[in-house]
Design a protein around this ligand. Structure first.
Ligand SMILES: Nc1nc2c(ncn2[C@@H]2O[C@H](COP(=O)(O)OP(=O)(O)OP(=O)(O)O)[C@@H](O)[C@H]2O)c(=O)[nH]1
Length: 570
């Protein structure tokens, strides 16, 4: 029996080493229940040692897998413990075991009540135990405290389900006797995955705390609810016993006396001693039943791993040289992918060619499509002109309003430029994947690390590059050289276009005046032709009621895409 349990423990270790614990469901006992129902107390009673952190409120915050391994007398240490996360260290002091469980819990979950799914594994070697594997899970709680997330109840229930839904798990459903059984979390959760109760053993704790005049006879005899593996009552140490450091042996004696006194007819199949024996028998017969199925699954796994192993190639004699070689190759592949000298992908553009496409096609086309006057309504232009002249009436387009409008348009270049950076970044990330060739596949951790490091480097350049673009645009916005002759003409023409100046043979400034006057009159009123034209300075027009021909040519050159406004509609 001991051999079988020890063998299962070894298989579990091997599966944990290859990171495949879910591939084969190994028989184990899992203790579940609501918070403070007494799961850890029961586990301590079974082990016969005080090694668990104990206090009221949430105490178990990570699954704790305890493997009890029966040793023969005469070993160097009669009893010792080893943690899976500290393989070389042997613990012989139970206070240190307790402290290590607390420390390891805090390392993973922090100090403020948060919980984690990651189990702590402990092997306990002793000639005084029956070989067993028990997992103690955090208790179900409903109200989040400390760093616990709002959905703590769901997270805990999911964690419990993850363990107990496996068909080879025996469920130790711990329920305190001083609560209502109809609301027992342990029994209700167990029923979800094991409705017939074939793999559920109920343990009733805190029988000593039941109200005077009541007893748990009906419950212990299975008249309230029934589970086929049995219902066993236990009495563990109370908080007062823990505070006064009452030895476990004394507590076990007291427990035996309690059952002989209060439940004499059930005394022989109640209490910790009976529970230990029952669990060991159940587990070993359960292992026997599951063995053929487990052996078959392990054989399938073995074949899979052998196949994987043979695809790995030659043995690595010098790991450091191999890693250096792979890193150098990766760097060369990456450079080649950008230079264009790497493996050619025929189906799609990639690497440097794709970056070129992003710059010249995607980004280039976007810039070409940015029309200088897009998003500037005529009303906006006229309002800007009027706002910049204050109480005075505008005759010429003032520089300040022109600058204000131009700046708004230049700022529009920022968004497509940033998008271009993002596209290039995406491509640089894609190159990483392309550079990981077949020969890397046998080193999944190395691949993971390369991806992390290179991706972090590339992503680290994103912010400085975006900042560079923002600075470039800011530089352009800082000073608009309106004195530049081309720019100056373009300004005139762009504004003329917006104002719909080429109307009815009016000179540009006449039309400009009319527009401003229309705005002043609510947008549609008519303006006295004679009155307005008579106040215009004569030098602006060419005498034919329009801009001089060379000015129009300039406009065509500077703003070729500005659509002409229909004279009739303007
Ligand atoms: N009087 C009495 N107290 C008990 C009994 N079993 C547990 N307790 C007390 O109940 C409290 C909670 O016990 P734990 O064993 O820590 O409960 P738990 O279910 O492991 O708690 P969490 O893991 O935090 O959910 C402790 O103060 C125990 O001393 C019992 O049979 N009788």
């Amino acid at each position: 029996m001991d051999n079988m349990i020890a063998m299962m423990s070894k298989v579990d270790d091997i599966l944990a080493t290859v990171g495949n614990t879910d591939a084969v469901s190994l028989p184990k006992i899992v203790a579940i229940g609501s918070q403070s129902s007494g799961k850890s107390s029961v586990l301590e009673n079974i082990v016969g040692r005080e090694f668990l952190p104990r206090k009221t409120g949430l105490c178990t915050r990570r699954p704790l897998k305890v493997e009890l391994i029966r040793t023969v007398d005469g070993e160097t240490h009669s009893e010792w413990a080893v943690f899976h996360h500290k393989p070389g260290e042997i613990f012989v002091d139970w206070e240190e075991v307790k402290k290590e469980i607390e420390d390891e819990t805090e390392r993973e979950c922090g100090s403020n009540k948060a919980v984690s799914r990651k189990p702590i594994s402990l092997k306990f070697y002793s000639p005084n135990v029956l070989s067993l594997t028990i997992v103690d899970l955090p208790g179900v709680t409903r109200v989040p405290v400390g760093d616990q997330p709002l959905d703590i109840e769901k997270q805990l229930t999911d964690m419990i389900m993850h363990y107990i839904e496996k068909p080879n798990t025996l469920i130790l459903a711990v329920t305190p006797a001083n609560t209502d059984f109809a609301t027992s979390d342990a029994i209700n959760l167990a029923r979800v995955v094991d409705p017939e109760g074939h793999r559920t053993l109920a343990v009733i704790t805190k029988l000593d705390l039941m109200d005077g005049g009541t007893d748990a006879m009906d419950i212990l005899c299975g008249r309230v609810f029934s589970v086929s593996l049995g219902i066993i009552g236990v009495v563990c140490r109370s908080q007062a016993d823990l505070n006064s450091k009452k030895p476990l042996e004394k507590a076990l004696q007291k427990e035996r006396a309690f059952f002989q006194r209060s439940y004499p007819s059930l005394a022989s199949r109640s209490g910790t001693f009976y529970l230990r024996k029952r669990l060991a028998t159940l587990l070993s017969s359960h292992i026997r039943d599951c063995l053929p199925d487990i052996a078959m699954k392990i054989n399938v796994l073995r074949r899979q791993f052998q196949h994987q192993l043979s695809s790995c190639g030659k043995e690595v004699k010098d790991p450091v040289a191999t890693i250096l070689d792979l890193l150098t190759k990766f760097a060369c592949n990456y450079k080649a992918a950008i230079d264009g000298s790497g493996n050619l992908v025929l189906q799609e553009l990639s690497g440097g060619a794709r970056i070129n496409y992003i710059f010249h096609e995607t980004f280039g086309r976007t810039l070409q499509n940015v029309q200088p006057l897009d998003g500037l309504s005529r009303l906006e232009v006229l309002t800007a002109i009027k706002n910049s002249t204050g109480p005075r009436t505008a005759v010429f387009v003032p520089d300040s309003s022109f600058e204000q409008l131009v700046k708004k348009q230049i700022a529009r270049l920022e968004e497509p430029s940033i998008r271009c950076v993002e596209l290039v970044h995406e491509e640089l990330e894609r190159i990483i994947q392309h550079c990981i060739t077949k020969e890397y596949l046998r080193f999944p951790n190395l691949i993971q690390k390369i991806k992390e490091v290179v991706s972090a480097k590339i992503t680290g350049r994103m912010e400085p590059t975006k900042k560079f673009i923002e600075d470039l645009i800011a530089n352009e916005l800082a000073y608009i050289n309106t004195k530049h002759p081309d720019f100056s003409d373009a300004r005139q023409q762009a504004c003329s276009n917006l104002l719909g100046i080429q109307t009815n043979g009016d000179s540009s400034e006449v039309a400009h005046h009319k527009q401003l006057a229309r705005i002043e009159n609510g947008g549609s009123g008519s303006v006295s032709e004679a009155g307005s034209s008579s106040s215009l300075p004569p030098a602006i027009t060419d005498g034919k009621g329009d801009f001089a021909p060379q000015m129009i040519n300039k406009r065509e050159k500077m703003c070729p895409k500005v659509p002409k406004i229909n004279r009739e509609n303007s």
